[in-house]
Design a protein around this ligand. Structure first.
Ligand code: SAM
Length: 327
């Protein structure tokens, strides 16, 4: 079935589902003081609720699912979630975004469960800087996990690096060395303002254009945008096995390429990462008989999706940090 469309003609074949708000890292731009559980917060969706949710979205044409968090690998039943998701008819791409802290240990278990694409967050290739940014001296182990994923034939392996002024914005040469022989995509993401990080954002936000100019100068070429592509601008170079993607949420027309919806760990539908509201779907995930109501509810909300976010005006919506929605 052709995916759900909004009033601006955008289609949404892609769902990002957070399975847990907790994270074991303390990234300076996201959870600098670590994750603190709210004792009154509802538990994350159960496996049965997740299964019903996914059936509802596939009825609406979703075929790519990304599992995210918090940190998804903190959840003990992650492999069961992956196995269940992979078995839902209609889901052809099952991806996950992770900090990689358990990647080397669990890779084969996750792949056996059906995971076929992975994005690992690695903001820098410098060990000391990595430890400073994340609070964990784990870079070598995480990069080992990434190489294992490539060797194991994972069909898509990407790294996410958030660009930060005076932290990691002058490391292109190290990344180019890394990409020369590795068929990996690295995505440089512009730091986004969230409800909690305004001071950090003011100090460290840097536009990705400077890096794009460096890429063009080094002979990298921007690929024509595929009709169904997401918001990243993709670059490649004949001398490199790897590719580079630029995610620049402050650039013009960024939202025109939006192809995704999000659901939080407790079942709130978010039409935009920086939207002003969540739509609680959990009450419609309590029995298999509610499938039709669920599909109707999701379809009925899509008309409320705005044409663009209001980040330029500093409006971050109900997102205190990206761990709360999965990024
Ligand atoms: N824990 C997982 C991880 O580390 O990939 C998944 C959740 S994390 C919130 C998802 C992605 O959002 C990561 O790549 C992270 O670097 C990115 N992120 C978090 N806060 C951000 C911000 N303020 N601006 C841009 N990217 C951000």
């Amino acid at each position: 079935m052709s995916p759900l469309a909004d009033r601006y003609g955008r289609r949404f074949p892609y769902l990002r589902l957070s399975v847990i708000p907790a994270c074991n890292f303390r990234c300076t731009y996201c959870l600098p003081h670590g994750y603190h559980a709210d004792a009154k917060a509802p538990a994350p969706l159960s496996l049965a609720e997740i299964t019903r949710l996914l059936r509802g979205f596939t009825e609406l044409g979703m075929h790519k699912l990304r599992i995210t968090g918090g940190e998804p690998s903190v959840r003990h039943d992650l492999s069961e979630i992956l196995r269940t998701a992979a078995a839902v008819p209609g889901i052809s791409k099952l991806a996950m975004t992770t900090n990689g802290s358990l990647l080397a240990k669990r890779l084969h278990e996750w792949m056996d469960a059906g995971l076929n694409a992975i994005n690992v967050s690695v903001d820098t290739l410098d060990r000391a800087s990595f430890a400073h940014i994340t609070g964990h001296d784990r870079l070598d182990d995480i990069l080992h996990g990434v190489d294992m994923a490539l060797a194991a034939g994972m069909s898509s392996v990407k790294l996410n690096a958030v660009l930060m002024r005076d932290v990691n914005d002058r490391e292109l040469p190290a990344w180019l060395d890394y990409l020369r022989d590795r068929p990996i995509g690295v995505r440089f993401i512009e730091l986004m303002q969230t409800g909690d990080n305004l001071a950090f954002f003011r100090d460290h936000h840097v536009r990705a254009e400077t890096m794009e100019a460096e890429l063009l100068e080094a002979g990298w070429q921007v690929l024509p945008r595929a009709a169904d592509a997401g918001p990243a601008r993709e670059y490649r170079h004949a001398d490199y096995a790897g590719r580079i993607g630029i995610i620049a949420p402050y650039s013009k027309d960024f939202c025109a390429g939006c192809n995704r919806l999000r659901v939080t760990a407790t079942g709130d539908l978010r039409l935009c990462l920086f939207g002003e509201f969540g739509i609680p779907l959990r009450p419609l995930l309590q029995s298999d008989e509610q499938l039709e109501d669920l599909v109707h509810a999701i379809g009925g909300q899509i008309g409320r999706k705005e044409q663009g976010h209001f980040l330029h005006e500093g409006r971050t919506g109900v997102t205190p940090h990206l761990a709360s929605t999965g990024g």
